[in-house]
Design a protein around this ligand. Sequence first.
Ligand SMILES: Cc1ncc(COP(=O)(O)O)c(C=O)c1O
Length: 396
Amino acid sequence: MIGFRTLAVPGPTNMPFEVRRAMEVPLEDHRAPDFPDFTLPLFRDIKTIFQTQTGHVFIFAGSGTGGWEAAITNTLSSGDKVLGASFGQFSSLWVAMCRRFKLDVVNCDSAWGTGVPISEYQTILENDKNHEIKAVLVCHNETATGVTSNVAEVRNILDRLDHPAMLFVDGVSSIGSIDFRMDEWGVDVAVSGSQKGFMMPTGLSLVGVSQKALDAAATSTLPNGYFDFQDMLNMNEQGYFPFTPAATLLRGLRASIDMLNDEGLTNVFERHRHLANGVRAAVDAWGLKNCAVAPKWYSDTVTAIVVPEDINANDVIKAAYHNYGVSLGGGLGEVAGKVFRIGHLGWLNETMVLQALGGVEMAMLDAGIRFQPGAGVGAAIQHYAHFNKPLTMAAE
Ligand SMILES: Cc1ncc(COP(=O)(O)O)c(C=O)c1O
């Protein structure tokens, strides 16, 4: 294929040249005497992206899935009760992993397209008078359905009930893209990965850990090897790792954190909201439905689009890939064949989104979906173009 492929999956995302260049370095000695000159500021600054001052962010070689495991095995013991909810592929997989580790999961099976069921969580926690529930799981942004849940509300419930359970958050497709506040929301373990909001290759598992989670680690009896928080803490304090770190990726991460902070986290979140609104305008104009069933659930990083019942969403994905070089996210689990997903996160601007939407329109036509060609792209243009904004903005 001549020209760029369009990467419109919700991770890996597009990699900025700054990140790429930062990683174009000779391999280095991770035990060098001056390695901490690089790592100590990195450990400090990654905390800004998790919006934590009191926690630690551990950087493992791994991916988001490893982060789930780190959260579980460090802080819990076999048979511990945890509260979770399944409303998409990733929230379900985290719950399944808890069961593999022989945790006693109280699971709220919720409709795909909705998010964490706040009132159900509240009732279960209210009834847990003996505080048997040790951890509450929240998948902040369910990437399979494009649903964002309200972490702050779960924190409020725990606080109102004076419930001591730890709060675990899957922030794999939210941290660095949409507002996530580890300290303010009292999050005890926050899991992310390098390949989404951090605009990097896959390969780093980023795990934010509170003091409460570290304290829990002291009494947790689940076996723990590579992902041991205390081993990390001991070595990180000196600027080193208990294993060979993915130093090249750490160089990329440095550039990524700097880019996010240079733009300003609030601006990053606003940009994602703005881009997402354009995509949602396109979906409306096509006469299709967002898999997220109500605006309160809409994700600013990924939109899952429900195709008409007589269409297989995989045909759209295949046409996009083969005919136009556009990679879209597929439907996972329960929504396989029913949705395709557009990732709109990371190093992305309006024109890049329009490119993806144009490819989607051609692919939908090829797959037999009927709509006025250009309708979605036009709606997004209406949203993005400066002509309908104050003149001062257009002049900037
Ligand atoms: C919300 C969410 N959680 C967890 C994961 C698993 O992360 P990884 O694929 O990096 O292991 C993903 C992957 O896309 C995700 O979107």
